[in-house]
Every structure is written in C-alpha cells, then in structure tokens.
Design a protein around this ligand. Structure first.
Ligand code: ZN
Ligand code: ZN
Length: 107
C-alpha cells in the first residue's frame, strides 16, 4: 500500500500490490503515469525531510529556506508547495491582493 499523489491532476490514490509497478493515473483524462519504485523512494525522502525539517523546491527539489521564498537553485518563486516563474509573480501578488480585499470586504 502506497499513497501516490498525481502531479498532473493533483489527486491522490492508493497503490496496492495487485496493481502493476508502472501504470496510468486512475483519474479519467489524466495521462500521468506512476512508477511505484520512484514513488516509494520519494516517500522515503519525504519522511527523512520531515524528520530533518527540510523543505524542498517543488521545481528542482533542492532544499529551500522557507515555504514562501525565491529558490536560489532554479530561480522559481515558491509559495507553499507550488512554484511560479518570476514573470508570473506580479499575477500571483495581484491575485493574493484581490483575495485579501475580498476577505476584508465580507468580514
Ligand atoms: Zn492524475
Ligand atoms: Zn528550485
């Protein structure tokens, strides 16, 4: 049993021993294929990272300083588990500002 999260449709599914080692994401219309060995390795790394409190860049998987930062390895803007190209940063900031203004308006 291994929980796999699909990077394409962002859904998670459970891999069981009855399934093949490699295969397609069970989501209809999603073309992503999983590799159970890769996923197992990834989850081990993830657990080690959690124990050592390491946050990794979702883009290049190098360790980064904070959840919201600019990755010094690939130059991507990291917000939580997502990354953005630098040129999209102003769009992200604009969206955040709009969301904040909505939150304050409806309070
Ligand atoms: Zn998928
Ligand atoms: Zn990076």
């Amino acid at each position: 049993m291994q929980k796999i999260s699909c990077p394409d449709c962002r859904k998670t599914f459970i891999w069981t021993d009855a399934m093949s080692f490699k295969g397609k994401c069970p989501t209809v219309d999603c073309e992503w294929t999983y590799d159970i060995h890769r996923e197992l390795k990834k989850s081990v790394t993830q657990k080690e990272d959690e124990a050592r409190q390491i946050i990794r860049c979702p883009q290049c998987h190098e360790p980064i300083d904070a959840k919201v930062t600019l990755c010094k390895h690939c130059g991507e803007v990291i917000i939580g588990s997502r990354s953005f190209k630098k040129k999209y940063l102003f769009i992200v900031v604009a969206v955040i500002l709009v969301l904040l203004s909505l939150i304050y308006k409806f309070r």
